[in-house]
Ligand binder design. Structure first.
Ligand code: EPZ
Length: 419
């Protein structure tokens, strides 16, 4: 298994191009199941999760071509198989996103129950409740969800809590349903808005994406289109934090400050200097002293994203003062704490809050990645730590960050992948 070796203490300098968003790419790939015409996606990141989703679509009968600019064209001319098997679903929970499109297009879907993951139990009850409200029959047998519906009909669905892929799944299902569907307490994440844009360009009639009430008027069929995936706001903020932790001076291109207003505001609270352009960001070291420790609490968009919680904790661990990090979305998203403590961070846990006392320096050590964003926080800590940090199980990080060690190396980090 690959490991990443980092010799810390180098300030990052230069320019990094941000990739397309993983969490916009996965639902857009699933949307290809809704039409028998080709869907062309560009600005697709080259990630393990993307490869897994393409493999899953291939099992459903999709033909996939990748062009020299890494544009991905998916043609689901006909769907030969409506089962999403355990061996694929267990490696990527977002496989659940094929459920809505398969039921809408074929009237049938057999999806392995995703099961939990390192950060929580991750139920899908809200996805299923929505499909039931739209007329689907659902059976859970031998670890599989079997969903059947002659034709889904519109419904008014109120989510008990905000669910990103739940919103996306039901938006896709409703696009071909008979009548109007209204999603209340829907997720407002930019990735939801990007999916709605893609679906509307395919002929869907969706209004209100980006707000907590989304209205979908079903149509008979959808057609192909070309959709450009929006930039990855989590990768953008991760690189901003990497610069902050190494007193770096970097420019981030192919991204948009409007996607991460809350993270930018919180980072500025630490004293970070962040300059915004239309499609790029620049950060440089503050004139003197350490960054200030701050408090953060994760919440649904437009609040502070849970996918940045671990990275922010790494920054606070070397800031001046004390800060509190409260995780409200997932029940077990502090797996990085014990690893950061191995690097010398002073963190104590009280329920869903981590209390961090900033230390002047971290010290390199062998650590283990446990989930995607926890891995990113360990890379950030290693960049700032004195000495060598060896991170094992880096397959987690490959799921969500495109060539992270190459991008960091190009910015001057002393980082290498050991196979
Ligand atoms: C999406 O996961 C993202 N994944 C996650 O990013 C992200 O952390 C999460 O949204 C929150 O922003 C993708 O978009 C592929 P949720 P999702 O449904 O949709 C509970 C990353 O690092 N819930 O919004 O699975 C759930 O347990 C990944 O890129 C139910 O109870 O998350 C959680 O506590 C990690 N029942 C909360 O809602 C349901 O039916 C929010 O989960 C669905 C969700």
């Amino acid at each position: 298994m690959d490991r990443i070796l980092i010799r810390g203490g180098r300030s990052l300098r230069g320019t990094v191009a941000i990739s397309g968003a993983k969490n916009a790419t996965l639902p857009a790939l699933a949307a290809s199941l809704l039409t028998d015409e080709p869907l062309l996606l560009t600005h697709v990141p080259h990630l393990r999760d993307v490869t897994t989703m393409l493999e899953l679509l291939g099992q459903h009968g999709a033909s996939i071509t990748v062009d020299e600019q890494l544009g991905v064209e998916i043609a689901c001319t006909r769907i030969s198989n409506t089962t999403a098997p355990y061996d694929l679903v267990r490696t990527m929970r977002a496989s659940i996103l094929v459920m809505g499109p398969l039921v809408a297009r074929c009237g049938d879907a057999r999806i392995s129950l995703p099961g939990g993951c390192a950060i929580g139990s991750r139920p899908v009850n809200l996805h299923l409740a929505g499909l039931e409200a739209m007329g689907a029959e659902i059976q859970l047998t031998s670890g599989y969800i079997h969903v059947k519906a002659k034709r889904l009909h519109g419904a008014r669905i109120v989510f008990d809590l905000v669910t990103v892929t739940g919103t996306e799944n039901l938006m896709m299902a409703a696009a071909l349903a008979d009548g109007r569907t209204i999603l209340e307490n829907a997720a407002c994440e930019p990735e939801v808005t990007d999916l709605a844009l893609c679906l509307n360009n395919m002929g869907a009639r969706i209004h209100g994406a980006g707000t907590s009430t989304i209205t979908i008027d079903g149509v008979e069929r959808l057609h192909g289109t070309h959709h450009d995936i929006l930039p990855d706001r989590i990768e953008t903020a991760t690189f901003l934090i990497a610069a902050a932790m190494t007193h770096g001076d970097i420019t981030l291109t192919h991204t948009s400050p409007y996607l991460l207003e809350s993270p930018i505001a919180k980072l500025r609270q630490t004293g970070m200097i962040i300059n915004e352009q239309e499609e790029s960001l620049h950060t440089c070291p503050k004139s003197e002293g350490r960054l200030r420790a701050i408090n953060i609490q994760t919440c649904p968009y437009p609040g502070f994203p849970t996918d940045l919680q671990a990275q922010m904790m790494a920054l606070i661990s070397i800031a001046d003062g004390s800060g509190a990090v409260t995780e409200t979305i997932f029940e077990n998203r502090f797996m990085h704490v014990s690893e950061l403590q191995r690097l010398g961070a002073d963190i104590s846990l009280q329920g869903n809050t981590a209390l961090i006392r900033g230390v002047p320096h971290l010290h390199g050590a062998p650590v283990m990645a446990t989930d995607l964003r926890a891995s990113a926080s360990l890379v950030l800590a290693g960049l700032a730590a004195e000495g060598e940090t060896l991170i094992s199980r880096v397959y987690h990080i490959d799921r969500g960050y495109e060539r992270i060690e190459e991008k960091l190396m190009a910015l001057g980090a002393d980082i290498q992948r050991l196979s």
